[in-house]
Design a protein around this ligand. Structure first.
Ligand code: ADQ
Length: 462
C-alpha cells in the first residue's frame, strides 16, 4: 500500500484533540488518517519569515509536518488572495472580491514554498492528496521540482460559474495549475460542470468523451466525491450528549418551547444576516407562534483580521439587539446568539434537542452542519432540517425543506412549516435523510477519492 500524504493549508495541532474547532475539512479527512499517513501544511503560527524546514511530530501513528508562515505571506497569501479573492469569488460573490496582483505573486510563492518544504519528505510511491483553494498551485510547483507521484486535489468550496471565474485575472494560470494533478475532485456535479466548462475555453486543453482531460501532454480526471461525516459516531455522541447536564439545562431553559438551531463559522457565505431577517419576518407574520420558539445561533468567529468579517460581526450584534428588543418578553428571549465556538459534544446535544435545524448559506461547498443535524436526531421524534438550495449538501438531501436563502419570506414560511410539521412526516423525511447521510459518509468520501487516486495509473498511461 502506498503511503498517503495529505496536504492542507492548516494542519490541526495533534495535542488539541478535545477543544472546539470550527471547520469542516478536518472532520471529513479524519477517516483517511490510517497509520503511517503524513499530514503536511501550515502550523497556524506566524514567524518573521516562512520556514523552509518542516517541523515533524509523530502522534497516534501519524506524522504531522508543519511550516510557519511569515507575517507578510500570512497577509498576502492567506488573508489576501486566498480569503479576499478566491473565497468570495468561488462563493459567487464578485462584489466582495478584490484582486491585488502583488498578493497573487505571493500566493504563488507560498504554494512553491509548500512544495519545496514537502519535497524532502516524499517517497517515490507516496500518493499525495492536496486540499482546497489556498493550495491550487502546489502540484504544479511539485511537478516543476520533478515529482512524478500521483497527486490528487479536492476543492472543498464551490467552483464558480464560468462567467464569474473568468473575472479572476490569473484564471487561465490557475486552471493550468489544477491540471498538474492526476485527479481533481469536487463536492457536486454542478461544481465539476462549472470547472469543465471553464476548462473548455482554455487553449490546448481537450476533454475526451470518457472525461479524460488532456493538456500539454498531461492527463487528469475529474471526479465528484461529496464529503460527509461519520453518522453513527455522531449519533452516538448526540445520544451521550443528551444525558449531559448542559443539555438538560438547555431543555429546562426552553420551558417547553421548540428550539431552532444554527451552527456556523461566522462567515458572510453562511447567510446569517438574511437568516436573522427571516426569523424576524417569521416572528412578525406569525404572532401565534411567537412564544413557542427559541432560536439559538452559535457562530464561531473566524478570519477576524479580514475587514468584511469584522463588519459582519457588528451587523449580527445589531440585528440581535433589534430582534430581541422588538419581540422579547420578560420571560422569553426569541434569539440566543453565541459568537464563539462550542464543543462538539454540546453542539451534538443541542442539535438533538432542536426541533428545527436552520442551515441557510448563500453558497456552500457542502455544509457538514446539515449532515450532523440529521445524524443527531432521535428517529422516533426527529426535528426538521431547513436547508439552502445553494449548499452542496442540498444535492444529496432532497427530503430536507429546501429554501432559497435570498428569499426572506420563503425562509420565514419554511420555519413555520417545520414548526407545525406532523410527526409522521418528520419521521418519514428524517429516515430518508439519515440513510443518505450514512451513505455519503466521510469514509465513503475518503475511500472514493483515494481509490481514484490509486487506480489512476491506467488512466495516466492512456
Ligand atoms: P466550513 O465552511 O468550515 O467548511 P462546514 O462544512 O459547515 O463548513 O463545517 C463546519 C464544521 O465546524 C462542522 O463540523 C461544525 O459542527 C463545526 N462548527 C461550526 N461552527 C461551530 C461553532 N460555533 N462551534 C463549534 N463547532 C462549529 C468547508 C466548506 C464547506 C465544506 C467543508 C468540508 O466551506 O462547504 O462542507 O469545508 O468540505
Amino acid at each position: 500500500m502506498a503511503r498517503l500524504v495529505i496536504v492542507s493549508n492548516r494542519v490541526p495541532d495533534p495535542d488539541e484533540t478535545s477543544g472546539p474547532r470550527a471547520g469542516g475539512l478536518a472532520v471529513g479527512v479524519a477517516e483517511a488518517l490510517t497509520p503511517g499517513t503524513l499530514w503536511f501544511g501550515w502550523s497556524g503560527r506566524r514567524a518573521e519569515k516562512t520556514t523552509a524546514l518542516p517541523r515533524c511530530i509523530e502522534a497516534k501513528g501519524l506524522t504531522y509536518a508543519t511550516i510557519d508562515l511569515g507575517e507578510a505571506e500570512y497577509r498576502a497569501f492567506y488573508l489576501g488572495f486566498s480569503n479576499g479573492t478566491l473565497w468570495p469569488l468561488f462563493h459567487m460573490m464578485p462584489s466582495l472580491t478584490v484582486f491585488d496582483r502583488e498578493e497573487y505573486v505571493i500566493y504563488r510563492e507560498v504554494n512553491q514554498a509548500f512544495a519545496a518544504a514537502l519535497l524532502p519528505l516524499l517517497r517515490p510511491d507516496d500518493m499525495i492528496w492536496i486540499h482546497d483553494y489556498q493550495l491550487l498551485g502546489v502540484a504544479a510547483a511539485l511537478r516543476e521540482l520533478g515529482v512524478t507521484n500521483r497527486i490528487g486535489f479536492f476543492l472543498h468550496i464551490p467552483f464558480p460559474a464560468p462567467a464569474l471565474f473568468e473575472i479572476l485575472p490569473p484564471a487561465a494560470e490557475l486552471l493550468d495549475n489544477m491540471l498538474a494533478h492526476d485527479v481533481i475532485g469536487f463536492q457536486t456535479a454542478r461544481d465539476r460542470e462549472h470547472f469543465l466548462t471553464s476548462l473548455r475555453a482554455l487553449p490546448g486543453s481537450h476533454i475526451a468523451a470518457d472525461g479524460l482531460i488532456s493538456h500539454n501532454g498531461r492527463h487528469a480526471v475529474s471526479v465528484v466525491t461529496p464529503i460527509g461525516i461519520d453518522a453513527d459516531a455522531f449519533s452516538a455522541l448526540a445520544i451521550r450528549a443528551a444525558r449531559h447536564v448542559a443539555t438538560k439545562r438547555m431543555i429546562e431553559s426552553l420551558a417547553g418551547r421548540a428550539l431552532m438551531i444554527g451552527v456556523d463559522r461566522l462567515d458572510y457565505t453562511k447567510g446569517l444576516p438574511a437568516r436573522f431577517d427571516a426569523y424576524s419576518r417569521f416572528l412578525s407574520t406569525h404572532p401565534e407562534h411567537r412564544r413557542q420558539i427559541s432560536f439559538l445561533q452559535v457562530a464561531a468567529p473566524s478570519r477576524e483580521e479580514v475587514e468584511r468579517y469584522r463588519a459582519l460581526r457588528e451587523e449580527l450584534n445589531y440585528k440581535t439587539g433589534e430582534i430581541n428588543g422588538a419581540y422579547s418578553d420578560f420571560d422569553w428571549v426569541p434569539l440566543r446568539y453565541m459568537a464563539r465556538p462550542v464543543s462538539r459534544t454540546l453542539i451534538a446535544g443541542f442539535y438533538r434537542t432542536a426541533r428545527i435545524g436552520l442551515v441557510t448559506p448563500l453558497r456552500d461547498g457542502m455544509n457538514l452542519v446539515a449532515k450532523e443535524y440529521v445524524a443527531a436526531q432521535n428517529p422516533t421524534d426527529p426535528g426538521v432540517l431547513v436547508l439552502s438550495r445553494f449548499a452542496g449538501a442540498a444535492a444529496g438531501l432532497p427530503e430536507a425543506l429546501l429554501v432559497n436563502p435570498f428569499d426572506i419570506d420563503a425562509v420565514a414560511e419554511a420555519i413555520g412549516t417545520a414548526l407545525v410539521m406532523p410527526l409522521d412526516e418528520r419521521q418519514g423525511r428524517h429516515a430518508a435523510l439519515l440513510a443518505r447521510v450514512r451513505e455519503e459518509s466521510a469514509a465513503a468520501y475518503c475511500r472514493a477519492f483515494t481509490a481514484r487516486l490509486a487506480e489512476g495509473n491506467s488512466v495516466h498511461g492512456h
